[in-house]
Design a protein around this ligand. Structure first.
Ligand SMILES: C[S@@+](CC[C@H](N)C(=O)[O-])C[C@H]1O[C@@H](n2cnc3c(N)ncnc32)[C@H](O)[C@@H]1O
Length: 328
């Protein structure tokens, strides 16, 4: 993830061009086409430029447009976007990018499993809290490691490719306590919130949509506690609630790109001063204070760091993880 894309810190044409090239390329042909075409379309760029900067991000505009019927080729998408811009704009202003991807648990699991158990998990930027339920999903790693919850295989089965240097987890983590923070938690009992979470899934990612539905069903049975608040303001009090006899793990995935640099730095200072451990899964440019990354890390990948030390790269949607050498 690129802060300039997600915070609208560049001219809209460049935001959409970068999104097409860095985030959508190789992942969603429709989004790559739409974003690349928007970047060259002055009329649509004018509409986007009329939004507040953090609301200009392609993920948000495209999801809002699809919620109101935009689909198909760029010409068809564009016609709906222009015709229904007033309604689409209202959705863009009312909603935010809250994509909740349970599959990201698969790339976090090797690092959660190596810590002293049981764990007290605090997720900042938790959305509906689906990543707070890693012990409720089944995992199928490419080396043949299969892990299931204690009560048998889950309806959510996450496939994850292990690249060079990545070791599978030996067991599911034992979670003694869990809680999350989000500016605006998505409510798993609210059908509009659930529809929004589905709409945030990119065209062509049908496996992700199926997984989201199953994960939401699990979350309705085992609701993770997610409090409303800003992560920097709410973290100290929430972390202080965690039981002292469990290993505190503060983690986040695909969140810090939405914060400005000062807020990201405050968060790093805050989390570094807490007991326990910190696991981050973010785009390579999001946490510049991490140890230097090897040049081989691609801009479209995520970097997993434990206590500020980069340990792995990961597919942004949790499909694969590979080890990183020599960053310690
Ligand atoms: C892209 S979603 C990621 C959700 C989840 N971490 C995952 O990976 O599936 C980013 C989430 O961060 C939340 N967020 C952004 N800025 C925040 C802040 N300052 N404090 C708390 N939550 C924040 C958003 O509301 C959104 O739900």
């Amino acid at each position: 993830m690129d802060t300039a894309i997600h915070r609208g810190e560049l001219p809209p044409s460049e935001v959409y061009r970068r999104f097409a090239r860095i985030e959508a390329h190789g992942s969603s042909a429709a989004y790559e086409d739409w974003a690349g075409s928007v970047a060259e379309d002055p009329e649509v760029l004018d509409l986007v430029a009329g939004l507040p900067r953090p609301k200009r991000q392609p993920n948000l505009v495209f999801a809002a447009a699809r919620l109101h019927g935009a689909a198909g080729t760029y010409a068809s998408f564009r016609a709906t976007l222009v015709e229904r811009w007033g309604t689409i704009r209202e959705t863009v202003l009312a909603r935010s990018t809250q994509t909740n991807e349970a599959a990201r648990c698969a790339v976090l699991l090797p690092f959660l499993a190596e810590l002293p158990q049981p764990l007290a998990l605090v997720e900042v930027g938790a959305s509906a809290g689906l990543c707070l339920l890693p012990d409720h999903y089944s995992y199928r790693y490419s080396d043949g490691t299969h892990l299931d919850p204690a009560d048998g295989p889950s309806k959510v089965v996450i496939d994850c490719r292990l690249g060079p240097g990545a070791a599978p987890p030996r067991a599911l983590p034992k979670v003694a306590w869990r809680a999350g923070i989000d500016l605006s938690p998505a409510d798993v009992e609210n059908s509009e919130d659930c529809t929004w979470l589905e709409t945030l899934i990119w065209p062509g990612h049908d496996d992700r949509r199926d997984r989201l539905r199953s994960a939401l069903a699990i979350a309705r049975r085992e609701p993770p506690r997610v409090i409303a608040g800003d992560l920097n303001e709410s973290l100290p009090a929430l972390a202080a609630e965690a039981p002292a006899d469990a290993t505190l793990v503060v983690f986040h995935t695909a969140v810090l790109a939405y914060l400005d640099e000062a807020a990201r730095n405050s968060f790093v200072d805050l989390v570094s001063g807490l007991r326990g451990h910190w696991i981050s899964n973010e785009g390579p440019g999001v946490l510049p204070r991490l140890r230097p990354l090897p040049p081989s890390v691609a801009s479209g990948e995520f970097v997993i760091a434990v206590d500020g030390i980069p340990r792995a790269t990961a597919d942004p949607h949790g499909r694969s993880v590979a080890g990183l050498e020599n960053c310690g």
